[in-house]
Design a protein around this ligand. Structure first.
Ligand SMILES: [Zn+2]
Length: 264
């Protein structure tokens, strides 16, 4: 499986993905924003786009659909509850579905929270894929969780993290929908100033352009992403300064972190 990531150089800092099968030359365009760029990228790598998938209905994840579709005839798939929200959606996916294009196998994880219809895609280990790969859309970012302000719900997001993301192995490669890594690491530093991994990764990436951001693993994320560190006593201690009544539950910690990130 070939993963081509392209930074969109836009204000929202989107990443677009082309996921290619090296045996058949078939490909999936994930969350196309700039359709022309996706088509050019496919040409450059001699890939034929057979399918468009949107992780969710926000415009910056679907605006490239018509251009890609007009040029390739590829249908648009997204979660079944996105039907009617995404123009020309041809098929509704549900949790556990496996999308197959060439030798690519992507398992659908239903991950509401950023919006009510959000899905992530997981490539599990197979003969053609040596490590698990997660396309996380706007659910999990490097060093943060997605916001819940535009059609989302923080309790759903927490449940998605616990039930869908927490079980994934450390070696899983993470491909998020946006590049917010530096900003998010700076937020993480306010939450856990004594965490040397936050400083280490800030040092590593702060001179990088978005095109050059490293692809992190979930194991690495678990070392600095506060939303994956709900049990950290340091995270909890610092939160008590803003939330003296903070409850002991992981959900309370998650909600408190998300509300601070909303204002940050
Ligand atoms: Zn979004």
């Amino acid at each position: 499986m070939l993963v081509l990531r392209r930074y969109m150089h836009n204000g929202l800092r989107n990443f677009n993905y082309l996921i290619g099968c090296e045996e058949t030359g078939q490909a999936i365009a994930l969350d196309p924003l700039d359709g022309e760029q996706m088509l050019a990228l496919a040409d450059e790598h001699q890939l034929q786009i057979k399918l468009i998938i949107n992780t969710h209905e926000h415009h910056d994840h679907i605006d490239g659909n018509p251009v890609v579709q007009a040029a390739t005839g590829a249908p648009v798939w997204a979660h079944k509850n996105a039907m009617g929200k995404i123009p020309d959606q041809a098929h509704g996916l549900v949790a556990g579905d496996v999308v197959e294009v060439g030798t690519i196998r992507l398992k659908v994880l239903f991950t509401p929270g950023h919006t009510a219809v959000h899905l992530c895609l997981l490539a599990e280990v197979s003969e053609t894929n040596p490590v698990p790969v997660l396309f996380s859309g706007d659910t999990l970012f490097n060093a943060c969780a997605g916001n819940c302000r535009n059609g989302g719900n923080v309790d759903d997001m927490y449940e998605s993290f616990v039930s869908q993301l927490q079980p994934l192995p450390d070696e899983t490669l993470l491909y998020p929908g946006h590049d917010y890594m530096i900003n998010n690491l700076n937020f993480a530093r306010t939450r856990e100033p004594e965490n040397s991994m936050v400083d280490y990764w800030l040092d590593q990436v702060q001179a990088n352009e978005a095109d050059d951001m490293p692809v992190m693993t979930l194991g690495q994320e678990r070392e600095y992403n506060p939303f994956l560190r709900l049990h950290s006593s340091a995270v909890r201690q610092h939160l008590k300064q803003e939330f003296p009544q903070l409850g002991e539950g992981d959900r309370d910690v998650f909600r408190a972190l998300r509300s601070l990130r909303d204002q940050w």
